[in-house]
Write a protein that binds this ligand. Structure first.
Ligand code: ATP
Ligand code: MG
Length: 181
């Protein structure tokens, strides 16, 4: 059985967590690797409809994700978890709970995320329609020692994906891309 691990993508809204987790998932599937994605938006839609963004509500969402990630990881799956997860203590709890855990800091400036504004949330937050908005009215605590940093402001989606795949290969979580052909 392959070694399971959770890649925990953290970063501002619009930084590229979901985009990159889908790109990595595609690559892993092509290589025949068992993988699963967990996404903040999906959990909020499928399980916790109406959940807010207070620290307590975020904590419930993250703890549930960590529990699911732990189950999958221990069965050899490479889990791609995309959650803003702005608080260091919560991410640290995920690391402790899950075991094989790689923190991937999806780095992008607040200004660039606001320019992208893929969901129209920055516009709403700036006009005061959303409270608890990360980077504006709520903090984002940058990772201090992430296993991987991908800079989505200055690096293409393809290159960021390649960096993640290269890390997994180098550390033996997956075989070399050509060996799966
Ligand atoms: N190098 C890159 N990596 C990832 N996304 C990028 C990159 N460059 C530009 N983008 C764009 O940035 C946007 C990222 O949106 P995405 O939904 O993935 O963010 P997110 O971090 O999942 O946000 P949220 O926390 O709100 O779910 C996409 O429109 C994507 O095309
Ligand atoms: Mg997302």
């Amino acid at each position: 059985m392959q070694t399971g691990v959770t890649l925990w993508f953290t970063g501002l809204s619009g930084s590229g967590k979901t985009t990159l987790s889908r790109c990595v998932e595609q690559q892993l599937k092509r290589m025949g690797v068992a993988t699963e994605t967990l996404d903040g938006d999906i959990l909020r839609d499928q399980i916790f409809r109406g959940l807010g963004f207070s620290k307590e509500d975020r904590s419930l969402n993250i703890r549930t994700a960590a529990y699911l990630a732990q189950l999958l990881t221990r069965h050899g799956v490479i889990v791609l978890a995309s959650f803003i997860s702005p608080y260091r203590d919560m991410r640290e709890q995920c690391r402790q709970r899950i075991g094989p855990f790689l923190e991937v800091y999806v780095k992008c400036s607040w200004e660039e995320c606001a320019r992208r504004d893929t969901k129209g949330l920055y516009r709403k937050a700036l006009s005061g329609e959303i409270k608890h908005f990360t980077g504006l009215t709520d903090p984002y605590e940058e990772p201090l020692h992430p296993e991987l940093i991908v800079d989505t402001e200055n690096t293409s989606e393809e290159q960021c994906t390649e960096q993640i795949i290269a890390y997994l290969t180098k550390h033996g979580y997956i075989g070399r891309a050509d060996s799966h052909a």
